[in-house]
Design a protein around this ligand. Structure first.
Ligand code: UFG
Length: 345
């Protein structure tokens, strides 16, 4: 039967995809979001409650909402996610990311909501010296952002022992693309939107370092389509909600494809999708970038039957389509140069 799901951070890039999938299959969805980076229109017909989950009176309001809506499970996306910022403001990152989770879990314990799906990150692995990262690769974050995600996993494991919380943490690798053109990534923080943003301004894409020990010298990542990632949340939710006890301690799952792409390969793919000149400028290395970070998705495939359906070209094509639909679409002028649509209004 239909479930009643609270999606915290459901107005954000990834959360809005999950909200759409849940609503489309008939689940009752209440979105909690402080709209600091989220966009209200993205939740469609779902109920939107504006609330800062790490805020002082949040726990009380969350408990009321959970009772009112007879919530059966929580999917928690709301967090700060900029590595550099986390290094400069560690206390704020712990207050936001760990504090928000604490409020949610306390409210869940008090109201008897037993299931939590948590957004974790490949950032928990830090700088692993293996070609393919499995969940048994030691977690060893190298910044406050990654630490807050690992602490979140620990806290949920503690709640499972203490009061029977059922939980999964999905460790996202490099998320990009759009499941619907209007749900593209609104931020310009990661490689794909950063390249599109440069092209929109008529500038060259940047490569942060081409002297790594990789085949073409640029960093390799495991790019996962946001729609595939959204489906992984539903798989995790249904697995826990189904009352199964598959538990061989399998709470933590990599969400990636098992295939890596280099920065150069991503930029070339953007050139193919857009038909634009993507000749890059090579800049110095960005501090803290691991040369290679590629997931083994075997555990989630075996435990939840999930695997990625989309490869890099789908990711890039959908990101470009979403970019074109957004406020910064690129008008191709005489087939050569490009400028932002917003500048022309
Ligand atoms: N890069 C460029 N040019 C750009 C932007 C990025 O060369 O204009 C490079 C980066 O140096 C890196 C790669 O592209 O080598 C990917 O960079 P992103 O910033 O898109 O992603 P990261 O792999 O650095 O970060 C991701 C998540 C973080 C997470 C991190 C660690 O976005 O949340 O993985 O696992 F913390």
């Amino acid at each position: 039967g239909a479930m009643s799901i609270m999606v915290v951070g459901g107005a954000g890039y990834i959360g809005a995809h999950v909200v759409r999938l849940l609503a489309d299959r008939g689940d009752d969805v209440v979105v909690v979001d402080d709209l600091s980076t989220g966009v209200g229109e993205r939740v469609g017909d779902a109920t939107l409650v504006e609330l800062e989950v790490a805020g002082e009176s949040a726990q009380e309001r969350l408990e009321l909402l959970m009772k009112e809506r007879a919530v059966t499970a929580v999917i928690h996306f709301a967090a700060k996610k900029q590595v550099g910022e986390s290094v400069e403001r560690p206390t704020w990152y712990f207050r936001q990311n760990v504090g928000g989770l604490v409020n949610l879990l306390a409210a869940m314990e008090n109201t008897g909501v037993g299931t939590m799906i948590f957004s974790s990150s490949a950032a928990v692995y830090g700088n692993p010296d293996v070609d393919i990262v499995t969940e048994d690769t030691g977690a060893s974050p190298i910044n406050a952002y990654g630490e807050t995600k690992l602490v979140g996993e620990w806290l949920m494991a503690d709640c499972a022992r203490a009061w029977g919380l059922r939980w999964s943490a999905l460790r996202y690798f490099n998320v990009a693309g759009a499941g619907w053109p209007e749900l593209g990534d609104p931020a310009v923080l990661n490689l794909v939107p950063m390249v599109l943003d440069r092209l929109a301004k008529g500038e060259r894409p940047k490569i942060f370092g081409d002297d790594y020990e990789t085949p073409d010298g640029t960093c390799i990542r495991d790019y996962i389509h946001v729609l595939d990632l959204a489906h992984a949340h539903l798989a995790a939710l249904d697995h826990l909600g189904g009352g199964e006890t598959s538990d061989a301690g399998e709470h933590v799952f990599n969400v990636g494809t098992g295939t890596g792409a280099s920065v150069r390969e991503v930029i070339e793919e953007i050139g193919r999708a857009t038909g634009m000149d993507v000749s890059p400028d090579v800049e110095p290395r960005r501090p803290g970038d691991p040369p290679r970070l590629v997931a083994s998705p075997d555990r989630i495939t075996e435990a939840l039957g999930w695997k990625a359906e989309h490869g890099l070209s789908d990711i890039i094509r959908s990101a470009w389509e979403a970019w074109q639909a957004g406020p910064r679409r690129i008008e191709r002028v005489a087939g050569t140069s490009a400028r932002a649509g917003a500048d022309q209004a």
